[in-house]
Design a protein around this ligand. Structure first.
Ligand code: S3P
Length: 461
């Protein structure tokens, strides 16, 4: 895909009330002493979405612990409530989902508003294509600019009827009552959202649905389907489901989100004197690319207390400050760390030498154009960073030298905002990130946990 500047430039809706201020180590005593403590980051966003979706179409109750109370996962939860599923809060991030079975969802009275959440929209598109009723999926202005043909086209091959706006943008109009048939689909890009969408549609299809991925992507859908007693076969790079089975309600313990932990992995790595423990983090091998990349850069990261929690590997992670070096990031690791690139760009800016990111063109169609947004912000801090069509080249160096402060545009993208919060651990100037409200989509207590470990960051109104 060609480099396209406009997406990062387009501001999404989103509230503009909150501003992240990273004070920088210069005027913060905490910064110079490092980050310390033991924390547990909130539940995994991908697993939280799937716990509601599969719990809803299962028979019987599903108890979920450690659910992410972030806006994205809550958008999925509200969508299923709007389709007649009873979901009770059970306190302490616990939920009880009263499943209605594969065919028990009811037509929503209104369009389902999925806010900023691409995962909700793409996975729901698959699930709703197999229903007997019509539905409309819409989102905020960021989500309204994201590509949906990647799911609409293969779903149509399965027999679904879906209308999109121009160029495959949302809203999606999904027409019910169409018989789906299983297909063999070779995904042109490595996307867990596309794979999951088609597997969910496959539950409603006649025959087998086979989805082949060009590179491994997160496999939470396959693991969780098995946890609900639904057989998923794997043949090399192909995941296979047979339609017409049933899911049985189960218990789900959502591990901490490695994508949220990543901000602390980088913050502690780049802040001298740090020793930090992140407890109960999901370390599914399809998600641990960020650890592999940081270790290749020289990071000191240790995993302990490996355990299996409901079919997902979990561990505690200890990270100590280290001198990082620039590397050419192996493209094979890109899909395994796709959400962690904003903060990996900060690690690269603090490393000795050059870091080359390639094979990461998908970053241009996330909640913002993350390549452009990160390159722009790093350049404002005086870092030599240049975007390429599918990545960037970043030369490590001091950030914010001789500057009083910079104000960085996060384009209402949660991970861009938090990444520049982490930059504050090393920048020689104050960094302001206005309009960072969407941090709440994935990591509502980022500010509190950052303060708890001594990161020089505040989130203010
Ligand atoms: C997700 C898959 C990834 C990721 C997103 C969550 C999922 O998207 O970026 O945050 O839960 O399946 P792609 O499938 O577009 O790579």
């Amino acid at each position: 895909m060609a480099a396209q500047k406009p997406r990062a430039m387009r501001s999404s809706r989103g509230n503009d009330f909150l501003k992240l201020i990273a004070h920088g180590p210069i005027d913060s005593s905490a910064g110079s002493e490092g980050l310390h403590g033991a924390i547990r980051v909130p539940g995994d966003k991908s697993i939280s979405h799937r716990s509601i979706m599969l719990g809803s179409i299962a028979e019987g109750q599903t108890r979920v612990q450690g659910f992410l109370q972030g806006a994205d996962a809550l958008a999925t939860l509200e969508a299923f409530r709007a389709m007649g599923v009873r979901i009770d809060n059970a306190g302490n991030d616990g939920l009880v989902v009263h499943g209605v079975g594969l065919h028990g969802l009811r037509a929503p009275h209104q369009p389902l508003d999925l806010g900023n959440s691409g995962t909700s929209m793409r996975l729901l598109a698959g699930l709703l294509a197999g229903q007997h009723f019509d539905s409309v999926l819409k989102g905020d202005s960021s989500l309204s600019g994201r590509p949906m043909n990647r799911v609409a086209a293969p779903l149509r091959e399965m027999g679904a009827r879906i209308d999109t706006e121009a160029e495959g943008r949302p809203p999606l109009h999904i027409y019910g009552g169409n018989a789906l048939k299983g297909i063999s689909y070779q995904m042109p890009l490595a996307s867990a959202q596309v794979k999951s969408c088609l597997l969910l549609a496959g539950l409603y299809a006649d025959g087998e649905t086979r989805v082949t991925e060009p590179a491994p992507t997160r496999d939470h859908t396959e693991r969780m389907l098995q946890g609900f007693g639904y057989k998923v076969r794997r043949d090399g790079a192909t995941a296979i489901v047979q339609g017409g089975g049933r899911l049985c309600g189960t218990d789900i313990d959502v591990p901490g989100d490695i994508s949220s932990a990543a901000f602390f992995l980088v913050a502690a790595s780049i802040t001298p004197g740090s020793v930090l423990r992140l407890e109960h983090v999901g370390v599914n091998p399809t998600r641990t690319g960020v650890i592999d990349i940081l270790q290749l850069m020289g990071a000191d990261i240790e995993l302990s207390k490996h355990r299996d929690v409901g079919g997902e590997p979990v561990a505690d992670i200890t990270v100590r400050a280290a001198t990082l070096k620039g590397i050419a990031i192996p493209p094979a690791l890109v899909p395994l760390a796709i959400d962690e690139f904003p903060v990996l760009f900060i690690a690269a800016a603090c490393a000795n030498g050059e870091t080359i990111v390639s094979g990461a063109e998908e970053l241009r169609v996330k909640e913002s154009d993350r390549i452009q947004a990160m390159v722009d912000g790093l350049q404002q801090l005086g870092v030599q960073a240049n975007g390429t069509a599918d990545g960037a080249v970043i030369r490590g160096g001091a950030m914010g030298v001789g500057q009083a402060g910079v104000s960085i545009e996060c384009h209402h993208d949660h991970r861009i905002a938090m990444a520049f919060g982490v930059a504050g651990c090393r920048a020689h100037c104050r960094i302001a990130v206005p309009g960072c409200d969407n941090i709440a989509t994935s990591f509502p207590n980022f500010g509190e946990l950052a303060a708890a470990v001594g990161m020089p960051v505040n989130i203010e109104t």
